[in-house]
Design a binder for this molecule. Sequence first.
Ligand code: NAP
Length: 334
Amino acid sequence: MKYQADEKRYDTMQYNRCGRSGLLLPAISLGLWHNFGGVDSLDTARAMIHRAFDLGITHFDLANNYGPPPGAAEENFGRIVKRDLAGYRNELIISTKAGWAMWPGPYGDLGSLKYLTASLDDSLRRMGLDYVDIFYSHRPDPDTPVEETMMALDRAVRQGKALYVGISSYQPEQTVKAVAVLNELGTPCLIHQPNYSMLDRWIEEGLLDVLEAEGIGCIVFSPLAQGLLTDKYLDGIPADSRAAKEYGFLRTDQVTEELRDQLHRLQVIAQERGQTLAQMALAWTLRDRRVTSALVGASSVKQIEDNVAAINTTLFTEDELKRIDNILTVTDSA
Ligand SMILES: NC(=O)c1ccc[n+]([C@@H]2O[C@H](COP(=O)([O-])OP(=O)(O)OC[C@H]3O[C@@H](n4cnc5c(N)ncnc54)[C@H](OP(=O)(O)O)[C@@H]3O)[C@@H](O)[C@H]2O)c1
């Protein structure tokens, strides 16, 4: 059946300015790291993209290596765009990245000009796009001069293959350096993509201050800690969950008794707020106005609906924040 976007798609989503740029991003964005690969159902993937767009999610985040197999998520997304979203390209913010291992040999990994340039061409071909909206350096490369990696981003913009550029998982000092190089080249850094959740708060130790000072947006990945911060693992490990799958990066041994205890206690606060645990965890990442968007993953339409509803209650009382901190701190020292 032909997809027709919901006319009310812009009625409820909140859009936040990305740093000091002209670009607004939805408070909730959708990433295609898992569940959009060759091993997954294309029908479910398609249904999730449709529902996301109908709910005002305009931003879809990819990378060259998303799958499995690597490249498959971009191919599947390309199929969905061609079939259903081609007429909506101007309403979409599509990002991709290069920086993790993609092909054999010395030119398919890390941060060389050679790798990033060839990879972006491959990504555009797989997705059937003329340009991406954001092209990222997926991770810092300790052995390539940052000038070279940033030159690759600048070049992508000058060639019309990307509109904006970003960096992912760069530490504060690395960010300062990369941003200075980009400014010199004349292609400002739009956005940083770090991981951030109640279970990993490293960006509070300096990165957010750097981004604020530089006027750069922040889109946080794995805000649900890959699903740990939901009701999914409260009483066991469901067979269809990410932790139970043989591919991916969430392991069953990460679901400890201490974590479960912590999750049960967090859920009490979520219930008092009238939210699911997932909704509270997402709202918590968005409580800091420097966080532009929470970049979630999903394996079903229902999860996307649940997650988008998080934006209805993003304010926290001082007391709630203190209680959450206490719960998180207990496990830190356990
Ligand atoms: N820049 C980087 O280096 C980097 C690294 C990682 C991720 N990312 C980006 O960030 C995106 C999100 O990462 P992520 O998938 O780890 O994010 P996440 O939102 O922390 O975890 C998503 C997983 O949580 C579960 N889930 C989501 N909503 C739920 C709900 N309402 N109730 C119960 N369970 C729910 C699902 O697990 P099940 O599949 O088990 O149902 C889903 O696959 C990626 O797709 C990618 O775009 C970037």
